[in-house]
Design a protein around this ligand. Sequence first.
Ligand SMILES: Nc1nc2c(ncn2[C@@H]2O[C@H](COP(=O)(O)OP(=O)(O)O)[C@@H](O)[C@H]2O)c(=O)[nH]1
Ligand SMILES: [Mg+2]
Length: 289
Amino acid sequence: MKSGFVNIFGKPNAGKSTLLNALLDEKLAIVSSKVQTTRHRIKGFLSKPNEYQIVFSDTPGIIESKYKLHEKMMAAVKSALEDADIALLIADVNDDFDELDKMFSSLKLSVPALLILNKIDEAHNGRIAEAATFFEGKSYAKKLIKVSALHKHHLPKLLNAIIELLPEGVPFYNEDDLSDLPTKFFVGELIREKVYQLFADEIPYHVAVMVNEFKEKETLVKIQADIIVQRETQKAIVIGKDGSMIKQVGMLARKDIEAFISQKVFLELFVKVKPKWRDNELQLKEYGY
Ligand SMILES: Nc1nc2c(ncn2[C@@H]2O[C@H](COP(=O)(O)OP(=O)(O)O)[C@@H](O)[C@H]2O)c(=O)[nH]1
Ligand SMILES: [Mg+2]
């Protein structure tokens, strides 16, 4: 039996969350084309009884801290560095290789790592070979594996490479569990994802979601959540004309939540203004950061 922690690192937007979901075949981590969508460290378990348990961690992208929220996000990256058995260094094939090389070197990894070249579906002619030449022989990675997380290409190959490096050990978590986070957390994240997907510009970065109620009734689950913004003007945008935007958020989120918990959902959303929540230690705590 093998078991261990496999933690995913990379720049914002490299495809870390997409890769986690693809490896687990389940939508645990939310995804958007905007940077800094992931704010927490999210663990997902892949177990094969009597063979292995892999505890994957998605992490926020590596960034400079501008707010207290950012500091919490980088603390999540740091804690993931400390308990990793294996690191997955994920590189967008179209990113600047020198910059990635600096970032991966600066992690000062003391565990084996695989370099994952992602988005090969979007690589222009010759780019993949260029990447292979550039990264092969770098001391921080044992192997280079080319994948498309979005299209789930070459994931079995990646999985085999991970299992090969995985230490001997017994499972850390129940083999039937998918994650150590509560359902309520994923519900909040699915709502937050819709805000990232539906609103342009700055709005998503000012938003937190707080799930206040999760009640299993006879035929459905009743959920009440607040969408927290920093200013009245943002509240008006999130609600939209005659409530059109918040309705859309609710409808899309409800569909995803229903798929996630395999139950019918009644979802009630309110928008609340909490000035400067991103710099308020107590509020950050309340919202789960
Ligand atoms: N074309 C392509 N897009 C991808 C791939 N993996 C992720 N993406 C997209 O890249 C964006 C960022 O992905 P996400 O997983 O949120 O990146 P993260 O910030 O590293 O967690 C999203 O729009 C994804 O759909 C891939 O293999 N190919
Ligand atoms: Mg992410």
